[in-house]
Write a protein that binds this ligand. Structure first.
Ligand code: C2O
Ligand code: CU
Length: 462
């Protein structure tokens, strides 16, 4: 039995530390490579070198200026900030300007498999951008779909207060064109839920007969539920990836994890369509507000069986590594603070695994949750293919996620192709949970970090 004082002292985080040296290397049963950071010094490829072609001229250029107006954090004067629109294959260049955020700030491109150096995680892939400073992000928008951007510096505060916006990547050749294509961010700024910052009822301009694509982005900390009373619709895409042959749905609730996106498609009937959201807001498409809100249907969409299967693009039967990401909770100290803290594989942060991979590996994660609370798990820089839930194999369309709701007692197996070298966060997107230590990292062997958490920039990604 260790004396309590020792446990407290042992939990204190240094004033600055290299994230890549935290935790313990977990090679997932595969061959051990060189853990550059732990080998000491900065050999191997530095995170800061993992960038898009610096010679290429940008196709889309934006400047995003963030400002704390005392009440909210705005991006170019509003929250949500502007929707950035690009076409697949475009080089996107965004300049972040910090007007007056004293803690500093960053931009993370949620769901976009960007080069590691522009992942926007303070202390891991860059230093926080201080007031009066700017920072340039450059990446190729390789995959069409619905994404979003948000701060990854003191993110549990800055995101909740409004430092966020949408990113839409349109396919190069659109198959059938849609009459109406609108994006809505679901967020709680204070009390009730809002759509693009508007509480209560919002309206979409459309005519009966129009085809509609709604891109719904849950920027909130909890699971959102979406339903369309009486209407027939399809779920066209999940977390930016198209569903293969999505079937028609009616009276079915759509669960949308924190950080996740769904694109919903339908043709507007004569009496319009209404969309309702947990937390209060609703949307009318060629339809007025509902006289009364309905409750969500009992039937809940299950992406494990929705749509039609297709072969996986890599060999999921013979993974190179298998990792466990077991979430639980136990009493202890987090950075000297006593409490009941989240654990990963039994340890309180930073006593958590550093999942080590080599480029080209196929890895399977088994995620379990015995913590008594749900966790929307988000891996940066990669998409994961859901293989099974509670031992039941996925039989629908390939279900690709970057934000996966893991309910209490659930067990998911997901497969990831390690094709994007770097140091990548793998954390809960209920952002206060991440600040409470529900964070681990996926790290490529031979990569070394270029930044420290804490330090003179006060980098605090969570
Ligand atoms: Cu949406 Cu680590 O973030
Ligand atoms: Cu959580």
């Amino acid at each position: 039995m260790l004396p309590l004082g020792w446990l407290w002292y042992g939990s204190l985080l240094p004033d600055e530390y290299d994230m890549a040296q935290m935790g313990h290397a977990d090679w997932g049963g595969g061959p051990r490579g060189v853990h550059a950071a732990m080998a000491g010094g900065h050999h191997g490829t530095a995170v800061s070198e993992l960038i898009a072609d610096p010679e290429r001229t940008p196709d889309v250029r934006e400047t995003l200026t963030v400002r704390d107006d005392g009440r909210q954090i705005t991006v170019n004067g509003s929250t949500p900030g502007p929707t950035i629109r690009a076409h697949q294959g475009d080089l996107v260049e965004v300049t972040l300007v910090n007007d007056n955020l004293d803690d500093g700030t960053t931009l993370h491109w949620h769901g976009v498999d960007v080069p590691n150096a522009v992942d926007g995680v303070a202390g891991v892939t860059q230093d926080a951008v201080m007031p009066g400073e700017e920072h340039v992000y450059r990446f190729v928008a390789e995959d069409a779909g619905s994404y979003w951007y948000h701060s990854h510096q003191v993110s549990h505060e800055q995101v909740q207060r409004g430092l966020l916006g949408a990113l839409v990547v349109e396919p190069t050749e659109d198959g059938e064109s849609t009459d109406v294509d609108e994006t809505f961010l679901i967020h709680r700024y204070g009390g009730s839920g809002s759509l693009n910052g508007v509480e209560g009822f919002s309206e979409v301009d459309a005519e009966p007969g129009d085809t509609v694509r709604l891109r719904l982005v849950n920027t909130d900390n909890g699971l959102a539920t979406v339903w369309l009373p009486g209407a027939t619709f399809r779920v066209l895409a999940v977390d930016g990836t198209d569903v293969n042959q999505p079937g028609e749905l009616t009276d079915t609730a759509i669960p949308l994890p924190a950080g996740g996106r769904v694109d919903i498609g339908f043709t507007v009937p004569d009496d319009g369509v209404r969309v309702e959201f947990s937390g209060g807001p609703s949307l009318g498409i060629a339809a007025g507000p509902a006289d009364a809100r309905t409750s969500p249907p009992d039937e809940v969409l299950d992406l494990l069986t929705y749509g039609e299967p297709e072969p996986a693009p890599f060999d999921v039967e013979h993974p190179d590594r298998r990792f466990e990401y077991a979430i639980d909770r136990k009493p202890g100290f987090l950075d000297g603070r006593p409490g009941m803290w989240w654990t990963v594989n039994g340890g309180i942060f930073p006593d958590v695994p550093m999942y080590m991979v080599s480029e080209g590996d196929v890895v399977v994660f088994e995620i379990t949750n015995d913590s008594g609370d749900a966790h929307p798990m988000h891996l940066h820089g990669h998409h994961a293919l859901v293989l099974s839930r509670d031992g039941v194999p996925a039989t629908g369309s390939p279900w690709w996620v970057d934000s996966l709701e893991v309910a209490v007692g659930e067990r998911y197996e997901v497969a990831v192709l390690a094709d994007n070298p770097g140091v990548w966060m793998d954390h809960c997107h209920n952002l206060p949970h991440a600040a409470e230590g529900l964070v681990a990292h996926l790290m490529y062997d031979g990569v070394s970090s270029s930044y420290v958490v804490g330090g003179e920039h006060g980098n605090h990604p969570e």
